[in-house]
Design a protein around this ligand. Structure first.
Ligand code: AMP
Ligand code: MN
Ligand code: MN
Ligand code: MN
Length: 281
């Protein structure tokens, strides 16, 4: 089967490698079809496409859109769209909009528990000023010696109910799917096992996603266990969705799953790249 890695992040969002460095790393790891999927941002797509070409790797355009559904944050990956599409660019720009203020509020929350200068500290790690994220705060808190690694920072400071957490309203599910679809792309539910949904809420997510024109779900991802992959392979079949595969690689120092280093998709599923054959560059 094709070694496709269709989910990772560069310095254009919250990854630590440039699109070019990611392309080389992916190629060295045997990736044959690659997509860079920065959060709420497609400013790295042209660079990624050119880097993939230089490495002799096939490429699909990509992004990962932040959505609020049933009070929780859900991520929708888009693949194979026209990265010059005006409505998609505008939707992503709006989705990025509130990140600066949110970051200031996160910093105020952290200051209340004695962690000062977190906003300025996080900014040192930011590659794209419109894309300050919790990941950048996590890197600063590790640097400051507050926690030993980024998962510990999220556990203690950056998740619901913790001092640095600020609730935020992202795009609506329908908007995100439509931005992708009208730009000729394919919408995919990212890492479904990571959401804390009840079975009813999860059913609502999958059925509404399909009704809006969503076509795929990540089955094999760096953030799924083997059992979770089996579970969402069944969900893909139940809802008639194609299956995607991606490491969600962010950084050599932080990510457990390297680019391309993933199990293959279970055999009975339709890989998303079969639906995107004419979009592969
Ligand atoms: P944001 O979009 O600012 O809310 O940041 C979300 C990002 O934080 C995700 O894309 C991950 O890169 C990272 N993240 C979320 N939860 C965790 C966690 N428990 N451990 C490490 N990183 C996480
Ligand atoms: Mn991320
Ligand atoms: Mn995600
Ligand atoms: Mn991701």
């Amino acid at each position: 089967m094709l070694n496709a890695d269709l989910h990772c992040h560069s310095t254009v969002s919250d990854g630590t490698l440039t699109p070019e460095a990611l392309a080389s790393r992916a190629r060295a790891n045997g990736v044959e079809l690659w997509a860079l999927t920065d959060h709420d941002e497609i400013g790295g797509q042209q660079r990624a496409l050119e880097a993939a070409r230089a490495e002799g790797m096939k490429y699909l355009t990509g992004t990962e859109i932040s959505v609020t559904f049933a009070g929780q944050t859900v991520h929708i990956v888009g693949l194979g769209f026209d990265h010059r599409n005006a409505a998609l660019l505008e939707g992503l720009r709006r989705t990025r909009g509130g990140r600066g203020e949110r970051a200031q509020e996160m910093s105020e929350g952290l200051a209340k528990v004695g962690i000062h200068g977190a906003y300025e500290g996080a900014l040192k790690y930011v590659g794209n000023p419109e894309l300050i994220s919790r990941t950048h705060f996590a890197r600063f808190l590790v640097e400051a010696g507050v926690c030993k690694d980024t998962p510990e920072v999220f556990r203690k400071y950056l998740t619901e109910g913790k001092p640095g957490f600020v609730p935020h309203r992202w795009a609506r599910l329908q908007e995100a799917v439509q931005w992708i679809v009208q730009a000729d792309g394919l919408a995919i539910i990212a890492h479904p096992a990571r959401y804390g949904f009840t079975p009813n809420e999860e059913y609502a997510l999958f059925s509404e996603f399909k009704a809006h024109g969503g076509r795929g779900v990540e089955v094999v991802t760096g953030s799924h266990s083997a059992q979770e992959a089996v579970r969402y392979a069944e969900t893909a079949l139940e809802f008639g969705l194609a299956a995607s595969r991606g490491s969600d690689f962010h950084s050599p120092d932080e990510s457990h799953t390297d680019l391309g280093a993933l199990p293959f998709l279970p055999g009975q599923l339709t890989p998303v790249w079969e639906l995107l054959a004419d979009r592969i560059q």
